[in-house]
Design a protein around this ligand. Structure first.
Ligand SMILES: [Cu+2]
Length: 144
Protein backbone atom coordinates (compact mmCIF):
# COMPACT_ATOMS: atom_id res chain seq x y z
CA UNK A 1 0.00 0.00 0.00
CA UNK A 2 2.73 2.42 1.00
CA UNK A 3 4.65 1.61 -2.17
CA UNK A 4 1.59 2.35 -4.23
CA UNK A 5 1.26 5.82 -2.68
CA UNK A 6 4.93 6.54 -3.26
CA UNK A 7 4.59 5.38 -6.85
CA UNK A 8 1.60 7.61 -7.38
CA UNK A 9 3.39 10.59 -5.83
CA UNK A 10 6.35 10.02 -8.10
CA UNK A 11 4.10 9.91 -11.15
CA UNK A 12 2.45 13.17 -10.12
CA UNK A 13 5.81 14.83 -9.51
CA UNK A 14 7.14 13.58 -12.81
CA UNK A 15 4.18 14.90 -14.78
CA UNK A 16 4.59 18.28 -13.03
CA UNK A 17 8.20 18.34 -14.16
CA UNK A 18 7.32 17.45 -17.73
CA UNK A 19 4.66 20.15 -17.83
CA UNK A 20 7.20 22.64 -16.55
CA UNK A 21 9.55 21.81 -19.39
CA UNK A 22 6.93 22.36 -22.07
CA UNK A 23 5.71 25.56 -20.38
CA UNK A 24 9.25 26.83 -20.21
CA UNK A 25 9.96 26.01 -23.82
CA UNK A 26 6.78 27.72 -24.92
CA UNK A 27 8.03 30.86 -23.20
CA UNK A 28 11.16 31.83 -25.07
CA UNK A 29 12.82 33.88 -22.34
CA UNK A 30 16.25 32.61 -21.44
CA UNK A 31 18.53 33.94 -18.73
CA UNK A 32 22.19 34.18 -19.66
CA UNK A 33 24.83 33.16 -17.13
CA UNK A 34 28.53 33.51 -17.90
CA UNK A 35 31.16 31.26 -16.32
CA UNK A 36 34.89 31.44 -16.99
CA UNK A 37 37.07 28.38 -16.63
CA UNK A 38 40.33 29.71 -15.23
CA UNK A 39 41.50 33.28 -15.76
CA UNK A 40 44.10 35.11 -17.80
CA UNK A 41 46.62 34.77 -14.98
CA UNK A 42 46.38 30.98 -15.17
CA UNK A 43 44.78 30.58 -11.74
CA UNK A 44 42.83 27.38 -11.21
CA UNK A 45 39.40 28.86 -10.50
CA UNK A 46 35.88 29.09 -11.80
CA UNK A 47 34.64 32.67 -12.11
CA UNK A 48 32.16 32.82 -10.48
CA UNK A 49 32.48 29.69 -8.34
CA UNK A 50 28.93 29.82 -7.03
CA UNK A 51 25.97 29.59 -9.39
CA UNK A 52 22.28 29.81 -8.58
CA UNK A 53 19.38 28.77 -10.76
CA UNK A 54 15.64 28.56 -10.26
CA UNK A 55 14.05 25.22 -11.07
CA UNK A 56 11.89 25.23 -14.17
CA UNK A 57 13.44 28.32 -15.76
CA UNK A 58 15.51 28.22 -18.92
CA UNK A 59 19.14 29.27 -18.89
CA UNK A 60 21.97 29.66 -21.32
CA UNK A 61 25.27 29.03 -19.54
CA UNK A 62 27.99 30.74 -21.55
CA UNK A 63 31.30 29.08 -20.82
CA UNK A 64 34.64 30.50 -21.83
CA UNK A 65 38.26 29.73 -21.13
CA UNK A 66 40.49 32.84 -20.93
CA UNK A 67 43.38 30.80 -19.45
CA UNK A 68 46.42 29.28 -21.18
CA UNK A 69 45.42 25.66 -20.40
CA UNK A 70 42.40 23.49 -21.05
CA UNK A 71 39.77 22.94 -18.38
CA UNK A 72 36.64 20.94 -17.76
CA UNK A 73 33.25 22.00 -16.47
CA UNK A 74 32.24 18.81 -14.69
CA UNK A 75 29.05 18.56 -12.66
CA UNK A 76 27.41 15.23 -13.29
CA UNK A 77 24.80 15.57 -10.55
CA UNK A 78 23.78 19.04 -11.73
CA UNK A 79 23.51 17.73 -15.28
CA UNK A 80 21.39 14.82 -14.07
CA UNK A 81 19.17 17.28 -12.17
CA UNK A 82 18.62 19.35 -15.31
CA UNK A 83 17.04 18.97 -18.71
CA UNK A 84 19.53 19.84 -21.43
CA UNK A 85 18.15 21.29 -24.64
CA UNK A 86 21.49 21.60 -26.41
CA UNK A 87 25.14 22.53 -26.19
CA UNK A 88 26.60 24.75 -28.89
CA UNK A 89 30.28 25.17 -29.51
CA UNK A 90 31.94 26.52 -32.65
CA UNK A 91 29.71 25.20 -35.44
CA UNK A 92 28.65 22.09 -33.60
CA UNK A 93 25.40 21.59 -31.77
CA UNK A 94 25.05 18.63 -29.42
CA UNK A 95 21.70 17.42 -28.11
CA UNK A 96 21.07 14.99 -25.30
CA UNK A 97 22.65 14.22 -21.95
CA UNK A 98 25.78 16.14 -21.08
CA UNK A 99 27.88 15.51 -17.98
CA UNK A 100 31.10 17.30 -18.72
CA UNK A 101 32.38 19.94 -21.12
CA UNK A 102 36.00 20.36 -22.14
CA UNK A 103 37.17 23.84 -23.13
CA UNK A 104 40.54 24.38 -24.72
CA UNK A 105 42.27 27.79 -24.31
CA UNK A 106 40.10 30.61 -25.73
CA UNK A 107 37.23 28.18 -26.44
CA UNK A 108 33.61 29.10 -25.86
CA UNK A 109 30.49 27.00 -25.50
CA UNK A 110 26.84 27.60 -24.72
CA UNK A 111 24.78 25.16 -22.70
CA UNK A 112 21.03 25.68 -22.89
CA UNK A 113 19.21 23.90 -20.12
CA UNK A 114 16.37 23.90 -17.63
CA UNK A 115 17.48 23.04 -14.08
CA UNK A 116 14.76 20.81 -12.62
CA UNK A 117 15.61 19.24 -9.27
CA UNK A 118 16.34 21.62 -6.36
CA UNK A 119 19.54 20.92 -4.45
CA UNK A 120 23.20 21.83 -4.15
CA UNK A 121 25.58 20.21 -6.61
CA UNK A 122 29.35 20.22 -6.78
CA UNK A 123 31.28 21.52 -9.75
CA UNK A 124 34.92 20.77 -10.49
CA UNK A 125 37.52 20.60 -13.21
CA UNK A 126 38.44 16.99 -13.78
CA UNK A 127 42.03 17.57 -14.92
CA UNK A 128 44.31 15.93 -12.31
CA UNK A 129 45.35 18.45 -9.64
CA UNK A 130 43.01 21.24 -10.71
CA UNK A 131 40.17 20.58 -8.24
CA UNK A 132 42.74 20.10 -5.47
CA UNK A 133 44.25 23.49 -6.36
CA UNK A 134 40.86 25.16 -5.97
CA UNK A 135 39.11 24.65 -9.28
CA UNK A 136 35.82 23.75 -7.62
CA UNK A 137 32.48 25.43 -7.12
CA UNK A 138 28.90 24.78 -6.24
CA UNK A 139 25.67 25.04 -8.17
CA UNK A 140 22.40 25.59 -6.38
CA UNK A 141 19.01 24.88 -7.89
CA UNK A 142 16.35 26.75 -5.93
CA UNK A 143 12.75 25.59 -5.94
CA UNK A 144 10.39 27.78 -7.93
CU1 LIG B 1 41.14 22.88 -14.91
Amino acid sequence: MKEKIVGLLFTVLLSCCLMNVSDTLAATETTDVTVSLGNEGGELVFVPNHLEFVAGKKYKIKLDNPSPTKHYFTSKDFADASWTQKVEAAKVEVKGAIHELELKPSAEAEWVLVPMKPGTYELHCSIPGHAEAGMVGDIVILSE
